[in-house]
Write a protein that binds this ligand. Structure first.
Ligand SMILES: Cc1cc2nc3c(=O)[nH]c(=O)nc-3n(C[C@H](O)[C@H](O)[C@H](O)COP(=O)(O)OP(=O)(O)OC[C@H]3O[C@@H](n4cnc5c(N)ncnc54)[C@H](O)[C@@H]3O)c2cc1C
Length: 371
């Protein structure tokens, strides 16, 4: 254990791993608890905005031994398959979470963090009298710390334990992800609409493409299985039909998740400092959740490093979080309304086709600047 504050990070996605890396590097005693073991696949489009790429390169947080595709064009099709392309001013890269998270896991250990994998946190208590936390693991073991960072993603049993408001509502969405091989340009991120959803495709490392879509639980129920949902709903967009028919699918079965809630959350609950999706999930069409998780970790680590009082840390974090993320989340929710329906997706396509300025404004309002 190093000097400084004792910190437990719950969850080892991008937000948790980057927090653990930065805080351990600064000499704090960091323990990260992740319920799975690395490496593993996650449902994610794996398009990473350039907002955070300079930072990751500066910190040596991007693997060097693979070719990572650079992406600077955007392709969009409406539900009828009518396509429009536009340049992406900011752009990004395509990198699988299988590779990136595992690399960050190694870097966090090298920086001095202790990583406890294959262990699930069941409860987090803030003890007023001692001004410390007690973190209860699934086997009943209790760990203590000065601070807890909640980096447990979109939805965790800790959300229910804390009775966070969004857990009261069921989310109507499902997310499905594959890696595929297909002959397509590697500098394009595409979003293809279908009724009640949209599907993103972009290159990642090793000549693979990520194909990931957000659909509706009720459509899955109606059609009975993922392949039937794809044939009956996604394939109505001829662009998607062609991609599904042409691609070689590399997973035995897709990664699937549900309970994807875009409801408002609070970045601090019961003194737990929430970061990444645990603080708020941006609609995936923006391709910005990964960058927000990484930037959130950067902002939080800086505040924890430079302040000693809990109250000040919480106040500053709330303020900075609002400044960087609140409007992006609102805007993201609003734009999602233009997706997944015939008329609105055709309207969005016309907007992209006829007003480069307006489409760049939309992208600017859902993305941050590099730092
Ligand atoms: C369909 C879809 C497509 C997307 N596409 C993109 C995209 O192309 N680009 C982009 O930038 N963003 C995208 N996103 C968003 C992006 O995936 C997330 O914003 C990002 O993964 C957030 O990282 P995180 O670290 O907050 O959470 P996560 O990566 O979800 O990590 C949370 C971790 O916490 C662990 N955990 C949870 N509960 C516990 C517990 N009780 N104890 C221990 N561990 C626990 C989980 O196992 C998990 O590893 C997409 C999202 C969806 C749903």
């Amino acid at each position: 254990m190093g000097k400084g504050k004792e910190i437990i990070v719950v969850g080892g996605g991008l937000a948790g791993l980057v927090s653990a890396y930065l805080l351990a590097k600064n000499g704090h005693s960091v323990r990260l608890i992740e319920k799975k073991t690395y490496p593993f696949h996650r449902v994610c489009g794996e398009y990473l905005s350039n907002e955070v790429v300079d930072f990751l390169e500066r910190e040596g947080l991007l693997p060097q031994n693979v070719t990572i595709p650079k992406i600077d064009r955007f392709e969009f099709s409406d539900t009828k398959g009518r396509i429009v392309q536009t340049p992406l001013d900011l752009g990004g890269i395509g990198i699988s979470r299988f590779l990136l998270d595992d690399f960050l896991f190694q870097r966090a250990i090298e920086a001095g963090a202790e990583l406890l994998c294959g262990k699930q946190v069941h409860q987090v208590h803030f003890i007023q009298e001692s001004d410390r936390f007690q973190v209860v693991l699934e086997d009943g073991k209790i760990l203590e710390s000065d601070y807890v960072i909640g980096a447990f993603g979109k939805r965790s049993r800790i959300d229910s334990f804390l009775a966070r408001a969004f857990t009261q509502k069921r989310s109507p969405f499902i997310g499905v992800k594959y890696h595929i091989q297909i002959n397509r340009p590697t500098d394009v991120v595409a979003l293809h609409n279908f009724t009640n959803g949209y599907c993103g495709i972009n290159a990642v490392e090793e000549n693979r493409f990520n194909l990931c879509y957000l659909g509706r639980r009720e459509d899955l129920r109606k059609h009975g299985s993922i392949p039937e949902l794809e044939r009956e709903v996604l394939w109505k967009n001829p662009v998607l039909r062609e991609i599904f028919q042409e691609a070689e699918f590399l997973f035995e079965k897709p990664e699937v998740i549900n309970e994807i809630s875009f409801e408002e959350k609070s970045p601090i609950e019961n003194h737990i400092l929430m970061v990444g999706d645990a603080a708020g999930l941006i609609t995936p069409l923006n391709g910005n959740g990964m960058a927000m998780a990484i930037r959130g970790a950067y902002i939080l680590a800086d505040i924890v490093e430079n302040n000693t009082e809990r109250n000040t840390i919480e106040e500053l974090y709330q303020k900075q979080w609002n400044l960087h993320f609140k409007n992006r989340l609102l805007f993201g929710r609003w734009i999602q309304k233009l997706f997944g329906a015939e008329i609105s997706s055709a309207f969005a396509r016309n907007l992209l086709k006829n007003s480069h300025w307006l489409s760049q404004q939309i992208i600017r309002n859902t993305h941050g600047s590099p730092f």
